[in-house]
Design a protein around this ligand. Sequence first.
Ligand code: TYM
Length: 342
Amino acid sequence: MSEEQEKPKRPQRIFSGVQPTANIHLGNYLGAIKRFVPLQYEMESIFCVVDMHAITVPQDPKKLVLQTREVAAAYLAAGIDPEKSIVFVQSNVSAHAELAWILNCVARMGWMERMTQFKDKAGENSERVSLGLFAYPALMAADILAYHATHVPVGEDQKQHLELARDVAAKFNNDFKAKGFFPLPEPLIGKEAARVMNLQDGSKKMSKSDPAELSRINLTDDADTISKKFKKARTDQFPMPETMDELKARPEVDNLVGIYAALAETTKEAVVAEFAGAGFGLFKPKLADLAVEKLAPVNAKMRDYMDNHDHIDKILREGAERANAIAAPILKKTKELVGFFS
Ligand code: TYM
């Protein structure tokens, strides 16, 4: 028998997370949450509300609790089944913090310094941001590796963090002579809407922190607001493109076509073909109607879950127990490999 055949087959497992910072938006939904739903039927799945990541920048403690429930509500409203998947809050499972410390000692400063998200968030201010913001990707690696997760569905902006998680896993396995202990997690990045852009500026990604409300669709926006924001989205004076090449040179239009494709579960090619040469007077209302049709039920369910938060809290507490049952033995083994006394 070859070495390959002898290896026990590792179960495939999904892990992903969303920060409970204000303004969960269409980018989070199309780039991540909506994609979690079919994946949960393919692999064992764990979905986390990453509150420890949220506090890398200042948060209002009262709002943080509400925002934590809001992300959980978005998971459930989108169709994540808490009987099937594990849904929980990061700070409720101590393995995340404990493994993060070990991985802080594995990751190299040089690797962390190259993280573009840190550079973007810290800006000119890198002396004043928290140490946690710098260590953020090592905590993210811990989230994934604590469960030996093999696949991580995320938007494109998390790709570099996933590469770091792979580097940290490989270095740990090598340093502690534990070949294959941590799997090297694979990012799962969608074909459409992997990077939803700002509705007013096609060069910036849609983000929770943009002060301009018109820049993003929040998952809590009502139908009128969704329609208004799409109708006011920036475009240009030309009609809808006829080819994909033409689309590439028009970032704002490319973004709207990508959003349409992701909502309609089709491709950008198909959307370009359908609307080739049409005016935005036709396309934008169609996009707005489609978005309302797809998002209104999610919005309504989110409200129901938020109004009845005992139900969410119960799901999150049970989820934490189930998550802990997976992470605890992996953490125990990690500590043994490191040489911690027990
Ligand atoms: P966060 O909370 O910023 O975003 C949650 C998810 O939404 C995706 N996303 C987008 N996708 C498309 N277009 C956009 N404009 C857009 N903005 C955000 C993100 O890629 C992400 O998938 N570091 C992560 C949270 C995290 C995590 C993890 C993810 C912590 N630990 C472990 C996976 C595995 C983050 O900040 O996501």
